[in-house]
Design a protein around this ligand. Structure first.
Ligand code: KIV
Length: 309
């Protein structure tokens, strides 16, 4: 059954981790749904991993709608989030509402995600007032990489920790239903999760938050140009674990494999997503190896913050 924002809030209060993955195509979204994922993000990362742009910035609203429609067709019973691409929400609240509404009406998305905190407060409020579920995104926000001066981890210094807390609180106040933190030391991310009532999920933000997001093409090793070190490719683990049992019909592939359509890559992808779900639920992912380290001086300095709980 499709989960709702209410279910995610209940999961946070029970301490049950929420599982989220990106998907931008019909077969991958289908594999994610069959594996039992709770949320799908049609991220603007699709501009890179599916469409081949060098960054996420060129992808357009029209392209995002096509990717989201495909994902919805593949996963009719999963909570799907459409990612507002750069340029689709910054100019005015009217344009932000119009584009958010396109994700809901044209692609059947359940929510939208946008980057930024205080600076996009009016847009968040306006979209929420239009009846659309909004998910915030803070930390390393790829659309603002140029203004950060490159890909920089946030929440490591007192200043960036406090800025992130202020942004997170303003997102919740303006009506965001969930928050994603990207690339942040786990203790900083935990502070934000403790402070907010809404679920706080992480990607590269450690295990102390309310759930995890992973990029499909990192989990499957399907993007050749780049993989952040906090992302885990699950394919070697799946091959190792299931090598003897993967194809129970392997002696009769022609008969059963073709019939069940379970003789190819997609069944391996599905198992890989299942492994990810199991590891998130049992708090085995992300392990220490996939966490951002924080120096003791940095930790001591952020612990002095008036926002430290
Ligand atoms: O586009 C995307 O997939 C994202 C993640 C990198 C967080 O926004």
């Amino acid at each position: 059954m499709k989960k709702s924002i209410l279910n995610f809030k209940q999961m946070k209060s029970k301490g049950e981790k929420i599982t989220w993955i990106t998907a931008y195509s019909y077969p991958m979204a289908m594999a994610a749904e069959k594996a039992g994922i709770e949320m799908i993000l049609v991220g603007d990362s699709g501009g890179m991993v599916e469409l081949g742009y060098d960054t996420t910035n060129p992808v357009t609203m029209d392209e995002m709608i096509q990717l989201a429609k495909a994902a919805r067709r593949g996963a009719p019973n999963t909570f799907i989030v459409g990612d507002m691409p750069q340029g689709s929400y910054e100019v005015s609240t009217e344009e932000a509402i119009r584009n958010a509404m396109r994700f809901v009406k044209e692609a059947g998305c359940d929510a939208i995600k946008l980057e930024g905190g205080v600076r996009v407060g009016d847009k968040v409020k306006a979209i929420v007032n239009a009846g659309i579920v909004v998910i915030g995104h803070l930390g390393l926000t790829p659309q603002s990489v140029a203004s950060f001066g490159g890909y920089r981890v946030q929440g490591k210094t007192l200043e960036s920790f406090e800025e992130t807390v202020v942004d997170a609180v303003s997102l919740e106040k303006n009506g965001a239903s969930l928050l994603l933190l990207e690339a942040m030391p786990s203790l900083s991310a935990e502070q934000i999760s403790k402070r907010l009532k809404i679920p706080v999920l992480g990607i590269g933000a450690g295990e102390l938050v309310d759930g995890q997001l992973i990029i499909m093409h990192d989990l499957t090793g399907f993007y050749p140009n780049f993989r952040p070190w906090f992302a885990k490719c699950y394919i070697p683990q799946v091959i190792d674990k299931y090598k003897d049992t993967l194809y129970p019909f392997k002696d009769n592939l022609k008969k059963f494999g073709i019939q069940l359509r379970e003789d190819g890559l997609l069944s391996i992808v599905q198992l890989a997503i299942k492994e990810y779900i199991d590891e998130v639920k049992t708090i085995n992912f992300p392990s220490e190896d996939y966490n951002y380290p924080i120096k003791i001086e940095e930790l001591l300095s952020i612990k002095e913050s008036k926002y430290w709980i």
